[in-house]
Design a protein around this ligand. Structure first.
Ligand code: GLA
Length: 433
């Protein structure tokens, strides 16, 4: 029997470089996915090919330790999933063989790599009879049963115990570190919890996912900067450097605040240093926090820190704006997020800045880079009548001088909030979807 594991990419609407700092994000799953058409292999081996450019055929044994392929090789995402499941004690006695296809643009900040990790995990779990609680294998509908719920503890498991989507998202976020990126948990959670018509507020430590309906009449335009941002190659070191700076800022503040009774007393926990970003902004006074920390942190660290804590506040405000259908307010927050990513976090590029400027000048309510930055895509928020003019302006002013043709559907498209990852029987007519 042939199966299809389908895992969507995501576009992050706001909350960038906050997930690995334990602060929330607000992405949505895309109506574009990575698909693995597979059959259960004869033994513990994974053998996959792909008609997609640059993805060559590979095979590996499901035996610990799973060896990494060369840096940047796409099989490392599949290996990451297998390794994560094995390390978690899921006995993978059966492998998979099949073909990977999909339409999530690669190296574009839209999480094609996490979609491949999640699709691989779902395929391996299916091949080994491990149920994913909340999976919609027959309907393929949104994972609507995954409203906010506490994350179950990750504990070694018995062979047949089902695994929940939250548990799998947490597990795959850790597993993906196999490629060397010190990533957070946004991408895997968005991929597994996508819900049609909804953005997803995702909180961490513990992982929680809360769908937020996107108000009627609003559209998201995703536009590529035409610069690849590969998680496992060039962008990786710059990303990890930012993550390190955030940890360093926290360590400095933790030690200073631990000795500052006035600070710790303010937090009703005298003598206890804030140990997380969430602690630091718990009282909601981000401006006061910035005042206090400006002279403690060296300037570069302070800028990174300022991005993280103000972005955390913007996500909270953006969620409220979306719930109240105040999408102009949401758009303003996107613009401020972009400025902060550009000026304080230093992850934008001149191409991303230009897309944001063109989109706003053409009437978008908001626009910002999405994903890690260093290339990849920007996302613009438009009301329905403005979407056409925004796309036209980008075609003409951004893509016109760079391409000798209009942008492809990979390079610019309208994104629809969509359902989460799932496994289905592939029907014999060949379509399966
Ligand atoms: C990458 C990582 C995510 C997140 C974003 C930036 O996509 O995989 O975990 O950190 O960058 O917000």
């Amino acid at each position: 029997m042939n199966w299809l594991a389908i895992a969507p990419g995501r576009v992050n609407l706001i909350g960038e470089h906050t997930d690995y700092n334990g602060l929330p994000v607000l992405p949505m799953a895309l109506d574009r996915d990575v698909r693995i058409e597979f059959a259960v292999a004869d033994g513990p081996v994974v053998r996959l090919d792909s008609p997609l450019a640059r993805l060559d055929t590979f095979a590996f044994q499901l035996k610990r330790p799973i060896e990494a392929a060369d840096q940047g090789h796409w099989s490392n995402y599949v290996r990451a999933a297998a390794n994560g499941l094995l390390e978690h004690g899921v006995p993978l006695k059966q492998g998979i063989e099949g073909t990977v296809t999909g339409d999530v643009p690669i190296a574009s900040g839209l999480s094609s790599s996490s979609a491949l990790v999640v699709a691989s995990a779902l395929a391996l779990l299916k091949a080994n009879g491990v149920e994913v609680a909340g999976a919609s294998e027959t309907t393929g509908g949104p994972a609507s049963s995954t409203r906010a719920q506490p994350e179950p503890a990750l504990s070694p498991r018995s062979p047949v115990a089902p695994i929940s989507r939250l548990e799998l998202a947490t597990l795959m976020a850790r597993a993906e570190r196999f490629v060397g990126l010190e990533g957070g948990g946004m991408d895997q959670a968005a991929c597994l919890h996508g819900a049609e018509g909804h953005a997803l507020r995702i909180d961490f430590e513990p992982l929680r996912v809360t769908p937020v309906a996107v108000p009627e009449g609003w559209r998201w335009v995703v536009a590529s900067s035409l610069v690849r941002a590969e998680k496992s190659r060039g962008a990786r070191d710059a990303y990890n450097e930012r993550a390190g700076q955030c940890r360093e800022a926290l360590a400095v503040l933790g030690s200073v605040f631990a000795n500052d009774a006035s600070v710790t007393a303010e937090r009703d926990r005298p003598g206890v240093a804030p140990v997380s970003y969430r602690d630091l902004i718990a009282d909601g006074d981000v401006d006061g926090l910035l005042e206090r920390t400006r002279r403690i942190l060296p300037p570069a660290l302070f800028r990174r820190f300022r991005h993280v804590v103000t972005e955390g506040r913007r996500v909270a405000l953006a969620e409220v704006a979306m719930r109240e259908a105040d999408m102009r307010g949401f758009g303003d927050l996107m613009v401020r997020s972009h400025e902060s990513l550009r000026d304080d976090y230093a992850v934008s590029t001149s191409e991303l800045d230009e897309i944001v400027t063109v989109a706003l000048e053409a009437g978008a309510a908001g626009a910002r880079l999405t994903g890690a930055g260093f290339g990849g895509c920007a996302v613009a928020l438009c009301d329905a009548p403005t979407m056409g003019p925004v796309m036209d302006a980008l075609s003409e002013r951004f893509y016109g001088p760079r391409l000798s043709r209009p942008p492809s559907r990979e390079e610019m498209f309208a994104a629809k909030p969509s359902g989460g990852a799932r496994v289905r029987i592939r029907d014999s007519s060949g379509g399966g979807l």
